[in-house]
Design a protein around this ligand. Structure first.
Ligand code: PLP
Length: 393
């Protein structure tokens, strides 16, 4: 072959991913900032509150100990898995065997992306919520699978209607992803829904992957429960958790998966071929996070609840429709009539300098909504509202 004849393009698995809507938005944000605009960014789900000091101190200590500089064990330190097990018992009343039913992850996104590699054969389906966290679909595509999207609609409280899944699709599926409290809709699920999921998974022999990243961010005396607290759940599923949102540790990369031991063994086998586990110093800090004083978590909930109330009041005052969520740090807001998710997002960004996320970026069923992240102080939220007010929607 002559030089220059062979063109190398990105692999098809990358080309078939949905166009990354957020890339376009990021470009616009950068351009507006370069022009000197004082942008209020409600676009990213990344907490502005720092990691509690006691956790930072534990990392400082652990990083000085050269025993922690070596390769970690791929499944996580026994002490870390024990801390997870203890936390699950205290928090959810769920008993987990730290040896078989807990695995450490480099953030829960890592585990979510890799679980399809362990259980999706070419052409097999993952059942995926739409709108939803983009990693469920990307992980499935990377494994050579297909996604069947389950629409989350307001009339059903943003819970998927399992009866609408064609039986031939359910037969050809191996994974079912759910996520409550939900990103981006901020909806919550009760144990009756989880029980329905267990029954469905038993009928079609599916592995349930419950993403519980927001279980600790809840309001108004509502406390989310674990999928694993439901009868039969441990036989059919695993639950993903993360220290990212609970302890404001998004940059640290620490999460875990718990539940069905055979499923975790498959995920672990995929992982041993790809990564080499979580930096031990980070795991030791994670043990401090899970087993130490939890008052910072309570304080964080109060901060988000204050921001939620402030923003819901403000949005309603400018005529936008929003339900105060019981959990997560997101608001899922209907766009005004004669706007699409993208056109409203562009208007608010360009004319008010407020960055939000178009619901359609999370899947087709997110059209007609935008997502606002409550990850800036209340004073900035007030400022965002007064700027949106001036648009006279
Ligand atoms: C933030 C988030 C996660 C957590 O990701 P990490 O990799 O643990 O930081 C997982 N799922 C959803 C839906 C999220 O929004």
């Amino acid at each position: 072959m002559k030089k220059g004849e062979k063109r190398i393009e990105m692999a098809e698995r990358l080309q078939v991913l949905p166009p990354y809507l957020f890339a376009d938005l990021d470009r616009k944000k950068t351009a507006l900032r370069a022009q000197g605009m004082d942008l209020i960014d409600l676009g990213v789900g990344d907490p502005d509150i720092p990691t509690p000091q006691r956790i930072v101190e534990r990392l400082r200590e652990a990083v000085l100990d050269s025993r922690n500089h070596r390769y970690p064990s791929y499944e996580g330190l026994r002490e870390f898995r024990q801390a997870v097990s203890l936390w699950y018992k205290r928090r959810f009343g769920v008993l987990l065997d730290p040896e078989q039913e807990v695995i450490a992850l480099i953030g829960s996104k890592e585990g979510i992306a890799h679980v399809p590699l362990a259980f999706i054969n070419p052409g097999a389906y993952s059942l995926i919520p739409s709108p939803g966290y983009p990693v469920y679909h990307a992980g499935t595509i990377f494994a050579g699978g297909r996604s069947f999207f389950m629409p989350l609609v307001e009339e059903r409280g943003f819970l998927p209607d399992l009866k609408q899944i064609p039986p031939e699709v359910a037969d050809a599926a191996t994974l079912l992803f759910i996520n409550y409290p939900n990103n981006p809709t901020a909806a919550v699920a009760d144990e009756a829904f989880f029980a329905e999921v267990v029954e469905f998974a038993q009928r079609y022999n599916l592995i349930v992957c419950h993403d519980a990243a927001y279980s600790e961010i809840s309001f108004d005396n509502y406390t989310p429960s674990s999928f694993l607290a439901v009868d039969g759940a441990r036989e059919v599923g695993i639950e993903f958790h993360s220290l990212s949102k609970t302890y404001n540790m998004t940059g640290w990369r620490l999460g875990f998966a718990v539940g069905n031991s055979a499923t975790l063994a498959g995920l672990g086998k995929a992982k041993t071929n790809i990564d080499s586990g979580v930096f031990q110093a980070v795991q030791l800090a994670g043990i401090e996070a899970l087993t130490g004083d939890q008052s910072a978590v309570e304080k964080m909930r109060a901060v988000y609840q204050g921001r939620r109330d402030c923003m819901v009041r403000g949005l309603r005052a400018v005529g936008l429709e929003v339900t105060p969520p019981k959990a997560t740090f997101y608001l899922w807001v209907k766009v005004p009539p004669d706007h699409s998710s993208v056109s409203f997002t562009s208007l608010v960004l360009e004319k008010a300098g407020v960055a939000i996320t178009p619901g359609s970026g999370f899947g087709e069923a997110g059209e007609g909504y935008v997502r606002l992240a409550l990850t800036v102080p209340e004073a900035r939220l007030e400022e965002a509202i007064s700027r949106i007010q001036r648009l006279s929607l």
